[in-house]
Design a binder for this molecule. Structure first.
Ligand SMILES: [Zn+2]
Length: 349
């Protein structure tokens, strides 16, 4: 059944390829340039703190734009035809502060293979403070998670870049260690790139512009907050929803439903589709197409999704799409639902 869908999708992509190919290369040059230009402008004119903060806000936005349009595609091997160029290109992510080696493991080996599966989907392996899975460990503070988590969300990238990456490298209980053994060279790269990132975002502007550490730190935090808020809208809405399933593997580690049904019941699309979401946000709203066809570049998703939707309707499979505001509400409802722990044993006693 899936084979039929695959053939139709391949056909659709082939037809669009001559028209869309150039926009892939265009973005791969434009977005990194804009990131470096924003930084250069900060170094040139950042003595005026308004200019400095504006440049860092732009860097925060461009971090997410580069991540969605380029890094994510390079990790899936769809940005360039040549595998080595893709592998080389992902180091741009390290330059922007996130470790690309560990993210590739988390994303390809864990998130794509086991979306929404507790103990395997590392996207949901967040801090102790959040209980996203209905069958997750419960502690008393989770009762208030729907109240305090939205306030902690602006620190999402601060945690990713400066805490979580290191935890994954040094704490062998982390999910990544189920599927990899980290080579020594990656530890060297981890420290080298993190040092470089902190040096050019925090220290160099201070030296070049002769401004205080408080000012560069403020700029840095503004960049992180901006990037976190945009990144979370994109990352939370397709999976972390009250409407999504959170299946558990059976005793023999097999999943209860087929791969196709699993992907469809754990993922939803977002209704909003504009030039902005297509050009700047890497078609994040077409997330089902990405999970079913991760080797297809996002510039083809709008048409690929039409094929998927038709296929789902014909075969009575779930295909779900919500407006962005509904999706955000669905995330809030998930946090609220998992804030309470129903202990059936207690009730019967
Ligand atoms: Zn992906």
């Amino acid at each position: 059944m899936f084979q039929q869908l695959r053939l139709e999708v391949n056909d659709t992509v082939k037809k669009l390829e001559p028209k869309r190919k150039t926009s892939i290369t265009f973005k791969a040059i434009l977005f990194p340039c804009l990131y470096f230009l924003s930084y250069a402008a900060a170094l040139l004119w950042g003595k005026n703190s308004f200019v400095l903060y504006t440049c860092y806000i732009l860097m925060g936005l461009l971090l997410v734009i580069n991540f969605l349009n380029l890094i994510h595609e390079a990790v899936h091997g769809t940005l360039f035809k040549n595998k080595r160029i893709n592998n080389w290109y992902v180091h741009f992510f390290d330059l922007m502060g996130a470790n690309s080696y560990i993210w590739k493991i988390r994303h390809i080996r864990l998130h794509h293979n086991y979306p929404n599966v507790m103990g395997w989907d590392s996207d949901f392996e967040q801090s102790e403070m959040a209980r996203v899975f209905p069958h997750g460990h419960y502690s008393k503070m989770h009762k208030y998670q729907h109240i305090y988590l939205p306030f902690i969300y602006p620190l999402f990238l601060f945690n990713w870049l400066l805490i979580r990456d290191f935890k994954d490298f040094f704490n062998k209980n982390k999910i990544v260690w189920k599927v990899t053994d980290i080579p020594t060279i990656e530890y060297v790269k981890l420290f080298l790139f993190k040092g470089l990132f902190l040096f050019y975002t925090l220290v160099l502007p201070m030296l070049v512009l002769n401004i205080s550490f408080a000012e560069t730190l403020t700029a840095f935090l503004i960049m992180i907050f901006t990037a976190s808020l945009v990144a979370l809208i994109v990352l939370l809405t397709p999976h972390a929803s009250i409407e999504s399933e959170f299946p558990l593997p059976e005793e023999d580690l097999r999943m209860p439903s087929s791969w196709l049904v699993h992907q469809l019941s754990c993922t939803n699309d977002i209704k909003e589709d504009t030039w902005f979401t297509r050009f700047f946000m890497g078609c994040f709203n077409y997330h089902i197409a990405h999970h079913l066809f991760p080797s297809v570049h996002h510039v083809y998703y709008p048409e690929v999704t039409q094929v998927i939707e038709k296929f789902a309707r014909k075969n009575n499979l779930p295909y779900r799409r919500f407006p962005i505001t509904t999706s955000l509400k669905n995330h809030y409802k998930l946090l609220k639902a998992n804030a309470f722990h129903e202990n059936i044993f207690e009730e019967t006693m």
